[in-house]
Design a protein around this ligand. Sequence first.
Ligand SMILES: Cc1cc2nc3c(=O)[nH]c(=O)nc-3n(C[C@H](O)[C@H](O)[C@H](O)COP(=O)(O)OP(=O)(O)OC[C@H]3O[C@@H](n4cnc5c(N)ncnc54)[C@H](O)[C@@H]3O)c2cc1C
Length: 463
Amino acid sequence: MMDKNVRICIVGGGPAGLSAGMYLEKKGYENYSILERLDRVGGKCWSPTYNGRRYEMGAIMGVPSYYAVHDVEEFCGITHDGPKLNRNYKNKEGKIIEPFEPKKNILKIPRLLKMKKQVKKLGELLETKYKGYDVNGHRGVSEGRYDGFSQANAKREPVKGENPNLKDLCLPFKEFCKLNGVELTQDIWIGPYTSFGYGYFDEIPAAYVLKYLDFQTTMNFVKVNLWTWKNGTQYIWEQLNDHLKHPARLNSKIEKVERKDGKVYVTVNGKVEEYDKIIVTAPLYIPNKRADGQVGMVDYFDAREDEKELFSKIDYERYDVLAVETKPEDHPEISYYVFENMQKERLGHLMVYYRRWKDTKDQVITTYALRKHKDTAEIPYDECKKMVLDDLKVMKNPASNVVNEWSVYYFPHVFSEDYAAGWYEKVEAMQDKYDTFYAGEIMSFGDMDETAEYSRELVERFF
Ligand SMILES: Cc1cc2nc3c(=O)[nH]c(=O)nc-3n(C[C@H](O)[C@H](O)[C@H](O)COP(=O)(O)OP(=O)(O)OC[C@H]3O[C@@H](n4cnc5c(N)ncnc54)[C@H](O)[C@@H]3O)c2cc1C
């Protein structure tokens, strides 16, 4: 255990950084500072206001097993009080379809029955052959071990064990399904995976897919047993920030971080501050120049060779969100998923659009598209935007105006080769090596609960 007076700098005021502050405080560490580069907290939980209501440019929903988010709700005395989610499906020509309804798909009944069997089989395999698959974080997976905190219930007890089968999780999810004879399960998993911007099943290691969409979570998506927040997901983190002893310091521009002689010197807005430890929840590495000016940690830290080498393997998704107005007569009835556009051959097309408020037509709807696959060139931003707006016309819900847009640094991850070569083992072994801890999305998964949960674990393990 560390000295309770240790001076801790936390980089980033998103779910990971703010919850790190909360868990540190709960454990009696009060000497921390959260530095946030923007003029708001919440990071990718961004809920602007339109016509008096908040809509979602970033995170939208949770499931009942969001235990860390629940900790935050309890800490702040708030709850998930948002509009119920609803959805339907369209084909790429804009026709409403019901892909999972046997009566509407007489010819597909054998496939649907087979799929149902495979879903059951995958559920059983995950419990047995892949025991330990669903702990938070990735420690040990590439070595056939599990080592973390169980997410099976709210207690989240530490669990540890050997399971050589877990090495299969390094494979892209498509191959993992083939190996286990459960290919058709992808028809179910794809909805809350690819359309939520987390990439394609032929490129993303199964570990990411299944740690986020563990069996229980997937069933919650199927049954639409989901949480939303009336004032948006950003409200969760604004509330947390208000309840912390040391709220995030907004508009903090970190110019330099130097780690020497057991101290961490952070130059922020022109002044040098001294700390003992630093927790980085902001991006570690960004492979290209971004219009929003965000850079990776390796660009402003005195990055060491092992940090540079490992973090240069990180890629991220190009995931674009538009908030659009429609004429009342063009407003969608409900939210729609377009499965045919979740294939890499349809990169850049509209995959899902979200109508948040059922009781009024004077609110925006939001659209979602991916524009990069591992093996293809990136579709330029404006081209993708045009494709999405054209798709809305095909869907018969044309936009009259775009009111907000965001191309976000999304879901940092490594690919199968690096995952299997022990990327996580190496980075986990580096925790605290340079008085630095690495947290946030890359260390667990790009959703608000997994990142907050990872911060909880980090505090449990090291503080
Ligand atoms: C469109 C969209 C839909 C999503 N849907 C869901 C959903 O339904 N459910 C769900 O659970 N999750 C969802 N997510 C993902 C979720 O929002 C993120 O996984 C979560 O916010 C990650 O938290 P984080 O703190 O690790 O990173 P972030 O939220 O990215 O926060 C990082 C913070 O660090 C700051 N920062 C960056 N660089 C620096 C620097 N140099 N100095 C100081 N600060 C810096 C950033 O400004 C930001 O505030 C969605 C995200 C998007 C974009």
